[in-house]
Design a protein. Structure first.
Length: 286
């Protein structure tokens, strides 16, 4: 039977490797042109309370130490090397999410010492295995990070947030995100629609399937995609050149650690008081 995030039980509450297919579709304003690309990735799915115990089982993975794969606490959360749970719990509590029983992190590992996570997700579960909240931690290539926090029991698997953070130099700050996060059996799907003053700006999606987190799987992926995280960063710059050549307008970094000063915090998503008629129209088109 199909499972839906935030409503029914998620089937995977143990460590796993997710293999995913990512798609980006960009609409260039005032031009009847589109820019689209796809690529394959894989991600760790790990309980943040048992990171050390989990990773020590795998010879190719280092925990806060160099190896073929690596996981460093300083790459995530507050980025100061501290325990991740208090950081996640504090953000969730601000949106009314009760202290979760389990928090699973969906992220890229370091590979050969290099780390870059454009988007990582902290998925919170109650004692019954129901996903109650999510923290999307967004990062740009300038090293800035911003969390978008959602109470799934209140807002549902479809939720919205104003764009308050500089991600792409080809998208201005006057945008609104519409997220759709779902699961079915051992699959995870995330769709992000971005709308601005001129209508649809971009659609991004990631469709992933869970597999065993094992030495054999890690070795196989190391041989197939040894420079995955570096390739992601290089791909961002490559696609930026293509967009520029297609005439996309360039927007400068706003400073202030990537935050737009003219907007609110952007983290209170999908409250009934803030949704406009336009956002309702966006929901219908997803």
């Amino acid at each position: 039977m199909s499972k839906t995030v935030g409503i029914e039980q998620h089937p995977v509450l143990s460590p796993a490797l997710f293999r995913a297919r990512v798609m980006h579709l960009r609409i260039l304003p005032k031009r009847e042109r589109k820019h689209q690309f796809r690529y394959s990735v894989f991600r760790l799915w790990i309980d943040i309370d048992t990171i050390s115990e989990t990773l020590r089982q795998f010879w190719a993975v280092g925990h806060n130490s160099f190896n073929f794969y690596g996981f460093y606490e300083r790459d995530h959360g507050a980025r100061d090397g501290s325990n991740l749970r208090p950081w996640v719990e504090t953000l969730l509590a601000r949106e009314g999410v009760e202290t979760p029983e389990t928090i699973m992190l969906y992220c890229f590992p370091r590979m050969l010492g290099y780390e870059f996570n454009p988007l990582a997700m902290y998925c919170a579960y109650d004692a019954a295995g129901v996903m109650t909240g999510v923290v999307y931690q967004v990062r740009n290539t300038d090293g800035d990070l911003s969390p978008y926090v959602v109470n799934l029991l209140r807002d549902g698997s479809r939720h919205h947030a104003d764009k308050d953070f500089y991600v792409s130099p080809f998208i201005d700050g006057d945008q609104r995100y519409a997220f759709t996060l779902t699961t079915a059996l051992n699959r995870l799907s995330l769709k992000i629609r971005v709308d601005g003053r001129d209508g649809l700006t971009m659609i991004a999606s990631e469709n992933a399937e869970a597999g065993a987190l094992s030495n054999r799987a890690l070795l196989s992926l190391l041989l197939l995609q040894p420079f995955m995280t570096l390739k992601i960063t290089a791909g961002i710059y490559f696609e930026a050149v293509r967009l520029r050549l297609k005439g996309a307008k360039f927007y400068k970094h706003p400073g202030n650690h990537g935050r737009y000063s003219h907007q609110g915090n952007g983290h209170n998503t999908n409250s009934a008081e803030t949704l406009s008629a336009r956002c309702n129209e966006v929901r219908e088109t997803l």
